[in-house]
Design a protein around this ligand. Structure first.
Ligand code: BQF
Length: 331
C-alpha cells in the first residue's frame, strides 16, 4: 500500500513538474499517457518555412505578399483573432493591415469596401472576420470576395472546388487539421474517422478532405471512412461512433463533450473547439471540446487547447495568403 502511495506521489510530481508520459492508475500500475500534439510548435515550424519562402520570393523581384483583414463590430474574441493574424503575417514578411468598421456598417457598404480591395492590385488576400453582425448576410459577403483573393476559402466557388477534389483555397482550420495529421504522421488510409460538428466553415471541409481520394487532383484526400455527428446525433450514438473511431475531430464548442469512456484506446483526438470559460478564481481561460485530463489517459495522441489547432489555423492562413500572392503573379 505504501508502495502505491509513493508511486502516486512520484507520478504526480513527474506529471506536474516534468510532464511525464506515464501516470499511475487506480491499481498502482504505470500507464502511458497520450502524445500531446503541440500545435504551437508546429505552427512556428510552418511560419519559419514560409518566412524563408517569402524572403526568396521578394529577393526574386516580387513585392511582399499582402493581406487585408476586415473586422466589423467590437467582439473581443474576434479582435484577438485578427491581432493574432496580423502579428503572424508581419513576423513572416507579409504586409498586413486591419480595416475596422463599426457594428452599424451596412451590408452594402461592406460589400463596396470588399470590391475596392478586389480591384486593388497591391492586395493578394482579403478576409472578413466572422461572425458578422446579424444585420449582415455572411454568405453574400463571403461571395463578394474575389475567389482568387479569398484566403479564408469561404467563397462559393472555392467551397465547390473543395467538394469536387479540385485544387482551391482551403479554409485554414480544415487545412490546419489535415496538416497536423500529416506532419504528426497519423495514418488515415482506410481508418475510421468521426467528425463531431457540421459547420460549413469547419466540420464540412474537414469531413470532405478526410473521406476524399488522395489520388484526386487536390492531393488533399485522406482516404478515411468518415462519420459526421452533430447536435441531433443521440448521445448514445455519438458514444458508439466515437468508440469505433481511430481518429476523432471535434468542433462543437461544447466543453467536455468528448469523455475518456468514448475513446478507443490509442485513438487520435483533434480538438478544434474553443470556448472561453471563467474558472473558480474568476479568471477566463480557453477550453476545448475534450475532457483532456481524462482523455489523455486513453488516447494515443491528443491536441491541447490552447496551443493545438488554434495556432495552426493562423499558420495555415499565412500559407493561403502566400499561395494567393503566387497565383496572382502567374496571371
Ligand atoms: C491558441 C475562431 C471560432 C470562431 C471564429 C491560437 C487562435 C486561437 C487559439 C486564433 C478562431 C480560432 C480564429 C489559439 C483564429 C483560431 O493558442 O490555442 C490562435 O487566432 N484563431 C478566427 O479567426 O475565427 C474564429 C474560432
Amino acid at each position: 500500500m505504501r508502495h502505491r502511495i509513493c508511486l502516486r506521489i512520484v507520478s504526480t510530481v513527474l506529471n506536474t513538474k516534468m510532464r511525464s508520459h506515464t501516470y499511475i492508475d487506480s491499481l498502482g500500475s504505470a500507464r502511458m499517457m497520450a502524445r500531446a500534439l503541440d500545435g504551437k510548435a508546429l505552427a512556428k515550424e510552418i511560419k519559419d518555412e514560409l518566412k524563408i519562402k517569402i524572403h526568396n520570393w521578394i529577393n526574386a523581384g516580387h513585392r511582399a505578399p499582402s493581406l487585408r483583414c476586415i473586422i466589423v463590430g467590437q467582439d473581443p474574441a474576434s479582435h484577438t483573432y485578427v491581432k493574432n493574424k496580423i502579428a503572424a503575417a508581419t513576423e513572416i514578411g507579409i504586409e498586413a493591415q486591419t480595416i475596422k468598421y463599426d457594428a452599424t456598417l451596412t451590408e452594402e457598404a461592406l460589400i463596396a469596401a470588399i470590391e475596392l480591395l478586389n480591384n486593388d492590385k497591391t492586395v493578394d488576400g482579403i478576409l472578413v472576420q466572422l461572425p458578422l453582425p446579424n444585420s449582415i448576410d455572411e454568405r453574400r459577403v463571403c461571395n463578394a470576395v474575389a475567389p482568387e483573393k479569398d484566403v479564408d476559402g469561404f467563397h462559393i466557388t472555392n467551397v465547390g472546388q473543395l467538394c469536387l477534389d479540385m485544387p482551391t483555397i482551403v479554409p485554414a482550420t480544415a487545412l490546419a487539421v489535415i496538416e497536423m495529421l500529416k506532419r504528426f504522421k497519423i495514418d488515415t488510409f482506410g481508418r475510421n474517422a468521426v467528425v463531431v460538428g457540421r459547420s460549413k466553415n469547419v466540420g464540412l471541409p474537414i469531413a470532405m478532405m478526410l473521406h476524399s481520394d488522395k489520388n484526386h487532383d487536390s492531393g488533399l484526400g485522406m482516404d478515411a471512412t468518415v462519420t459526421i455527428c452533430h447536435r441531433h446525433t443521440p448521445p448514445a450514438q455519438l458514444e458508439l461512433h466515437c468508440r469505433n473511431a481511430d481518429i476523432i475531430i471535434t468542433a462543437t464548442g461544447v466543453p467536455k463533450l468528448i469523455k475518456a469512456d468514448m475513446i478507443k484506446p490509442g485513438a487520435t483526438i483533434i480538438d478544434v473547439g474553443i470556448t472561453r470559460i471563467t474558472d473558480e478564481q474568476g479568471k477566463t481561460k480557453l477550453v476545448g471540446d475534450v475532457d483532456y485530463d481524462e482523455v489523455v489517459k486513453v488516447a494515443g495522441a491528443v491536441t491541447p487547447v490552447p496551443g493545438g489547432v488554434g495556432p495552426m489555423t493562423v499558420a495555415m492562413l499565412m500559407h493561403n495568403t502566400f499561395q494567393a500572392a503566387q497565383k496572382i503573379w502567374q496571371q
